[in-house]
Design a protein around this ligand. Structure first.
Ligand code: PDD
Length: 283
Protein backbone atom coordinates (compact mmCIF):
# COMPACT_ATOMS: atom_id res chain seq x y z
CA UNK A 1 0.00 0.00 0.00
CA UNK A 2 1.26 3.45 -0.93
CA UNK A 3 1.83 5.59 2.17
CA UNK A 4 1.47 9.32 2.40
CA UNK A 5 4.69 10.84 3.76
CA UNK A 6 5.69 14.37 4.75
CA UNK A 7 8.59 16.25 3.18
CA UNK A 8 9.41 19.94 3.72
CA UNK A 9 5.87 21.22 4.09
CA UNK A 10 4.09 18.78 1.76
CA UNK A 11 2.10 15.59 2.20
CA UNK A 12 3.05 13.36 -0.73
CA UNK A 13 2.67 9.79 -1.99
CA UNK A 14 5.85 7.99 -0.84
CA UNK A 15 7.19 7.55 -4.38
CA UNK A 16 6.98 11.29 -5.05
CA UNK A 17 8.99 12.47 -2.04
CA UNK A 18 12.49 13.26 -3.31
CA UNK A 19 15.60 14.62 -1.57
CA UNK A 20 18.73 16.10 -3.22
CA UNK A 21 21.84 13.94 -3.70
CA UNK A 22 23.68 16.85 -2.02
CA UNK A 23 21.65 16.51 1.15
CA UNK A 24 24.13 16.28 4.04
CA UNK A 25 22.05 13.52 5.59
CA UNK A 26 22.86 11.42 2.52
CA UNK A 27 26.51 12.50 2.15
CA UNK A 28 27.61 12.84 5.79
CA UNK A 29 24.95 11.31 8.06
CA UNK A 30 24.50 14.93 9.16
CA UNK A 31 21.05 14.43 10.57
CA UNK A 32 19.04 13.55 13.64
CA UNK A 33 15.89 11.50 14.10
CA UNK A 34 13.14 10.39 16.47
CA UNK A 35 10.76 7.43 16.52
CA UNK A 36 7.42 8.02 18.24
CA UNK A 37 5.17 5.03 18.89
CA UNK A 38 1.51 4.90 17.98
CA UNK A 39 -0.97 2.87 20.01
CA UNK A 40 -4.75 2.95 19.41
CA UNK A 41 -4.02 5.59 16.74
CA UNK A 42 -2.49 7.92 19.38
CA UNK A 43 1.06 9.17 19.94
CA UNK A 44 3.04 8.00 22.95
CA UNK A 45 5.58 10.24 24.72
CA UNK A 46 5.32 12.98 22.09
CA UNK A 47 6.62 15.74 24.40
CA UNK A 48 9.66 13.71 25.43
CA UNK A 49 10.64 12.97 21.84
CA UNK A 50 10.18 16.62 20.85
CA UNK A 51 12.40 17.82 23.73
CA UNK A 52 15.15 15.33 22.86
CA UNK A 53 14.92 16.34 19.19
CA UNK A 54 15.42 19.99 20.13
CA UNK A 55 18.41 19.03 22.24
CA UNK A 56 19.96 16.94 19.41
CA UNK A 57 19.60 19.90 17.03
CA UNK A 58 21.17 22.25 19.56
CA UNK A 59 24.14 19.95 20.22
CA UNK A 60 24.88 19.92 16.46
CA UNK A 61 24.19 23.64 15.86
CA UNK A 62 21.53 22.62 13.38
CA UNK A 63 18.69 25.02 12.59
CA UNK A 64 15.11 24.03 13.24
CA UNK A 65 13.34 23.35 9.95
CA UNK A 66 10.25 25.19 8.87
CA UNK A 67 7.28 23.31 10.27
CA UNK A 68 9.02 22.55 13.57
CA UNK A 69 6.26 24.24 15.57
CA UNK A 70 3.64 22.16 13.75
CA UNK A 71 5.23 18.78 14.47
CA UNK A 72 2.39 17.49 16.65
CA UNK A 73 -0.14 18.32 13.97
CA UNK A 74 2.05 16.73 11.26
CA UNK A 75 2.44 13.53 13.29
CA UNK A 76 -1.30 13.35 13.87
CA UNK A 77 -2.13 14.05 10.24
CA UNK A 78 0.21 11.27 9.04
CA UNK A 79 -1.31 8.81 11.51
CA UNK A 80 -4.76 9.78 10.24
CA UNK A 81 -3.91 9.73 6.52
CA UNK A 82 -2.22 6.33 6.81
CA UNK A 83 -4.78 4.90 9.22
CA UNK A 84 -2.15 3.74 11.71
CA UNK A 85 -3.51 1.90 14.74
CA UNK A 86 -0.22 0.39 16.01
CA UNK A 87 3.26 1.27 14.85
CA UNK A 88 5.30 4.43 14.77
CA UNK A 89 6.14 7.74 13.17
CA UNK A 90 9.74 8.19 12.00
CA UNK A 91 11.00 11.79 11.86
CA UNK A 92 14.31 12.97 10.41
CA UNK A 93 15.92 16.38 10.17
CA UNK A 94 19.14 16.93 8.23
CA UNK A 95 21.23 20.07 7.84
CA UNK A 96 19.99 20.21 4.23
CA UNK A 97 21.58 20.27 0.78
CA UNK A 98 24.89 22.04 0.05
CA UNK A 99 27.96 21.34 -2.09
CA UNK A 100 30.05 18.68 -0.36
CA UNK A 101 32.24 20.21 2.35
CA UNK A 102 33.14 19.19 5.89
CA UNK A 103 32.42 22.70 7.14
CA UNK A 104 28.75 23.30 7.96
CA UNK A 105 27.13 25.35 5.18
CA UNK A 106 25.96 28.82 6.24
CA UNK A 107 22.69 28.99 4.35
CA UNK A 108 21.42 25.44 3.81
CA UNK A 109 17.72 24.87 4.46
CA UNK A 110 17.18 21.91 6.83
CA UNK A 111 15.31 18.92 5.38
CA UNK A 112 12.36 17.65 7.42
CA UNK A 113 10.75 14.32 6.57
CA UNK A 114 8.35 12.03 8.39
CA UNK A 115 6.75 8.72 7.54
CA UNK A 116 4.67 6.10 9.35
CA UNK A 117 5.21 2.37 9.83
CA UNK A 118 2.30 0.15 10.84
CA UNK A 119 3.27 -2.90 12.89
CA UNK A 120 1.97 -4.83 15.89
CA UNK A 121 3.50 -3.57 19.15
CA UNK A 122 1.53 -5.38 21.80
CA UNK A 123 1.22 -9.15 21.46
CA UNK A 124 4.42 -10.04 19.66
CA UNK A 125 6.43 -13.29 19.89
CA UNK A 126 9.19 -11.47 21.75
CA UNK A 127 6.81 -9.97 24.31
CA UNK A 128 5.36 -13.43 25.06
CA UNK A 129 8.52 -15.57 24.90
CA UNK A 130 11.34 -13.09 25.42
CA UNK A 131 14.32 -12.34 23.21
CA UNK A 132 17.99 -13.28 23.07
CA UNK A 133 21.06 -11.05 22.90
CA UNK A 134 24.77 -11.43 22.26
CA UNK A 135 27.55 -9.04 23.26
CA UNK A 136 29.42 -6.82 20.80
CA UNK A 137 32.18 -4.25 21.33
CA UNK A 138 30.81 -0.73 21.57
CA UNK A 139 32.88 1.00 18.90
CA UNK A 140 30.39 3.83 18.24
CA UNK A 141 31.38 7.49 18.50
CA UNK A 142 31.47 9.28 21.86
CA UNK A 143 28.26 11.34 21.57
CA UNK A 144 25.65 8.60 21.80
CA UNK A 145 23.42 11.04 23.70
CA UNK A 146 22.69 12.77 20.36
CA UNK A 147 20.21 10.79 18.29
CA UNK A 148 21.99 10.96 14.93
CA UNK A 149 21.28 8.90 11.83
CA UNK A 150 24.75 7.28 11.96
CA UNK A 151 23.25 3.82 12.33
CA UNK A 152 25.64 1.61 10.37
CA UNK A 153 27.24 0.02 13.44
CA UNK A 154 23.86 -0.76 15.12
CA UNK A 155 22.86 -2.25 11.78
CA UNK A 156 26.04 -4.40 11.72
CA UNK A 157 25.29 -5.48 15.30
CA UNK A 158 21.81 -6.69 14.34
CA UNK A 159 23.42 -8.69 11.50
CA UNK A 160 26.01 -10.19 13.90
CA UNK A 161 23.19 -11.12 16.26
CA UNK A 162 21.21 -12.68 13.45
CA UNK A 163 24.23 -14.70 12.29
CA UNK A 164 24.62 -15.99 15.87
CA UNK A 165 20.93 -16.99 16.01
CA UNK A 166 20.07 -14.16 18.42
CA UNK A 167 17.75 -11.16 18.21
CA UNK A 168 20.00 -8.25 19.16
CA UNK A 169 23.32 -7.18 20.64
CA UNK A 170 24.20 -5.49 23.92
CA UNK A 171 27.23 -3.26 23.52
CA UNK A 172 30.21 -3.47 25.86
CA UNK A 173 32.85 -0.81 26.52
CA UNK A 174 35.68 -0.91 29.09
CA UNK A 175 34.20 -4.05 30.62
CA UNK A 176 30.67 -2.69 31.11
CA UNK A 177 27.43 -2.90 29.15
CA UNK A 178 26.51 0.49 27.70
CA UNK A 179 23.13 -0.21 26.03
CA UNK A 180 21.47 -2.31 23.34
CA UNK A 181 22.14 -1.58 19.67
CA UNK A 182 18.85 0.37 19.48
CA UNK A 183 17.53 0.26 23.05
CA UNK A 184 18.48 0.71 26.70
CA UNK A 185 19.60 -2.37 28.67
CA UNK A 186 18.57 -3.50 32.17
CA UNK A 187 19.15 -6.42 34.50
CA UNK A 188 17.19 -7.44 37.60
CA UNK A 189 18.79 -8.91 40.76
CA UNK A 190 16.35 -9.93 43.45
CA UNK A 191 13.78 -7.20 42.97
CA UNK A 192 16.30 -4.50 42.09
CA UNK A 193 16.29 -3.00 38.59
CA UNK A 194 19.82 -2.12 37.46
CA UNK A 195 20.60 0.08 34.46
CA UNK A 196 23.53 2.26 33.45
CA UNK A 197 23.33 5.91 34.52
CA UNK A 198 22.94 8.74 32.02
CA UNK A 199 26.02 10.21 30.29
CA UNK A 200 27.24 10.79 26.73
CA UNK A 201 27.89 7.01 26.55
CA UNK A 202 24.23 6.14 25.93
CA UNK A 203 21.10 7.56 24.39
CA UNK A 204 18.85 9.07 27.05
CA UNK A 205 15.86 6.90 26.27
CA UNK A 206 12.46 8.54 26.52
CA UNK A 207 11.01 5.14 27.41
CA UNK A 208 13.77 4.70 30.03
CA UNK A 209 12.92 8.01 31.73
CA UNK A 210 9.21 7.25 32.01
CA UNK A 211 9.76 3.63 32.93
CA UNK A 212 12.07 4.51 35.84
CA UNK A 213 9.55 7.12 37.02
CA UNK A 214 6.67 4.62 36.93
CA UNK A 215 8.84 1.97 38.63
CA UNK A 216 9.69 4.40 41.46
CA UNK A 217 6.03 5.34 41.85
CA UNK A 218 5.27 1.62 42.16
CA UNK A 219 7.86 1.35 44.98
CA UNK A 220 10.22 -0.73 42.87
CA UNK A 221 13.92 -0.52 43.69
CA UNK A 222 16.22 1.03 41.06
CA UNK A 223 20.00 1.26 40.91
CA UNK A 224 21.54 3.38 38.15
CA UNK A 225 25.05 1.99 37.78
CA UNK A 226 27.33 0.19 35.35
CA UNK A 227 27.02 -3.59 35.15
CA UNK A 228 29.32 -6.16 33.58
CA UNK A 229 28.54 -8.81 30.94
CA UNK A 230 29.09 -11.53 33.60
CA UNK A 231 26.62 -9.87 35.95
CA UNK A 232 24.12 -9.77 33.09
CA UNK A 233 24.56 -13.46 32.29
CA UNK A 234 23.89 -14.43 35.92
CA UNK A 235 21.06 -11.94 36.54
CA UNK A 236 17.59 -13.10 37.63
CA UNK A 237 16.00 -11.18 34.76
CA UNK A 238 16.98 -8.89 31.92
CA UNK A 239 15.09 -6.61 29.56
CA UNK A 240 15.39 -3.74 27.12
CA UNK A 241 13.35 -0.58 26.58
CA UNK A 242 12.71 1.62 23.55
CA UNK A 243 9.87 3.42 21.80
CA UNK A 244 9.29 0.47 19.47
CA UNK A 245 9.61 -2.36 22.04
CA UNK A 246 8.33 -0.64 25.24
CA UNK A 247 9.72 -3.15 27.75
CA UNK A 248 10.91 -6.42 26.19
CA UNK A 249 12.10 -9.35 28.31
CA UNK A 250 15.53 -10.84 27.50
CA UNK A 251 15.69 -14.56 28.29
CA UNK A 252 19.06 -15.52 26.82
CA UNK A 253 22.40 -13.67 26.89
CA UNK A 254 25.36 -15.09 24.94
CA UNK A 255 23.68 -18.49 25.00
CA UNK A 256 23.16 -18.45 28.81
CA UNK A 257 19.58 -18.86 29.97
CA UNK A 258 18.37 -16.02 32.21
CA UNK A 259 16.18 -17.09 35.14
CA UNK A 260 13.74 -19.75 33.97
CA UNK A 261 14.27 -18.89 30.32
CA UNK A 262 10.86 -17.20 30.20
CA UNK A 263 9.90 -13.53 30.73
CA UNK A 264 10.49 -12.69 34.40
CA UNK A 265 7.95 -11.25 36.85
CA UNK A 266 9.57 -7.82 37.18
CA UNK A 267 9.97 -7.39 33.41
CA UNK A 268 6.37 -8.44 32.78
CA UNK A 269 5.04 -6.13 35.48
CA UNK A 270 7.08 -3.21 34.11
CA UNK A 271 5.81 -3.88 30.60
CA UNK A 272 2.21 -3.80 31.86
CA UNK A 273 2.75 -0.65 33.90
CA UNK A 274 4.52 1.10 31.03
CA UNK A 275 1.83 0.25 28.47
CA UNK A 276 -1.02 1.20 30.86
CA UNK A 277 0.52 4.52 31.89
CA UNK A 278 1.58 5.49 28.33
CA UNK A 279 -1.86 4.66 27.00
CA UNK A 280 -3.44 6.95 29.60
CA UNK A 281 -1.14 9.79 28.53
CA UNK A 282 -1.30 9.17 24.74
CA UNK A 283 -2.35 12.14 22.62
N1 PDD B 1 16.00 3.52 19.08
N2 PDD B 1 19.52 3.52 22.75
C1 PDD B 1 19.66 3.55 21.42
C2 PDD B 1 21.03 3.40 20.85
C3 PDD B 1 18.55 3.73 20.58
O1 PDD B 1 18.69 3.79 19.24
C4 PDD B 1 17.25 3.85 21.18
C5 PDD B 1 16.01 4.06 20.35
C6 PDD B 1 17.15 3.79 22.59
C7 PDD B 1 15.83 3.93 23.30
O2 PDD B 1 15.34 5.26 23.23
P1 PDD B 1 13.77 5.57 23.29
O3 PDD B 1 13.25 4.91 24.52
O4 PDD B 1 13.70 7.04 23.37
O5 PDD B 1 13.17 4.99 22.03
C8 PDD B 1 18.30 3.64 23.33
C9 PDD B 1 14.90 3.77 18.18
C10 PDD B 1 13.62 3.22 18.65
C11 PDD B 1 15.28 3.36 16.76
O6 PDD B 1 16.40 3.64 16.39
O7 PDD B 1 14.45 2.81 16.02
Amino acid sequence: MMRTVYLNGEYLPENEAKVSIFDRGFLMADGVYEVTSVLDGKLLEFDGHLKRLERSLGELDMDKPEGFDDLLEIHRELVRLNDVDQGGVYLQITRGAADRDFVYPKDATPTLCLFTQSKPLLDTDASKNGMSVIFADDIRWGRRDIKTVQLLYPSMCKMMAKAAGADDAWLVEDGFVTEGSSNNAYIVKGNKIITRGLSNDILHGITRASLLKYAKESQMEIEERNFTPDEAKTADEAFISSASTFVMPVVKIEGETIGEGTPGKVSQRLREIYIDESRKRAI
